[in-house]
Ligand binder design. Structure first.
Ligand code: SF4
Length: 90
């Protein structure tokens, strides 16, 4: 049986790998090397997405938010008032 800290370590590794791929994908697309289909976005669970802000931080202030309900690195619809651990100030 794994300890809770082992699961946290695995989750952290999954997050880094998934978000890393997403962010790398954004860079690759921006460079024009590969088509947009190459981008794989992170699942909401992996980035601990929530529909509420984290203090003063929310999707509306994140560089990955498209201004409506989309995110460049997280799969599915997101809220302007949402937040996740991939937040990056715009
Ligand atoms: S905080 Fe940023 S990266 Fe996370 S879901 Fe919102 S727009 Fe996407």
């Amino acid at each position: 049986m794994k300890k809770a800290s082992s699961y946290k370590c695995i989750l952290r590794r999954e997050f880094i790998l998934t978000v890393g791929k997403g962010i790398a994908g954004v860079g690759v697309i921006a460079s024009g090397i590969y088509p947009a289909q190459a981008l794989q976005k992170a699942d909401k669970e992996v980035v601990n997405y929530q529909d509420t802000p984290n203090g003063s931080l929310s999707c509306s202030g994140c560089r990955f938010f498209d201004g409506e309900s989309g995110c460049a690195v997280v799969d599915g619809k997101v809220s302007a008032d949402g937040w996740c651990v991939a937040f990056s100030a715009s």
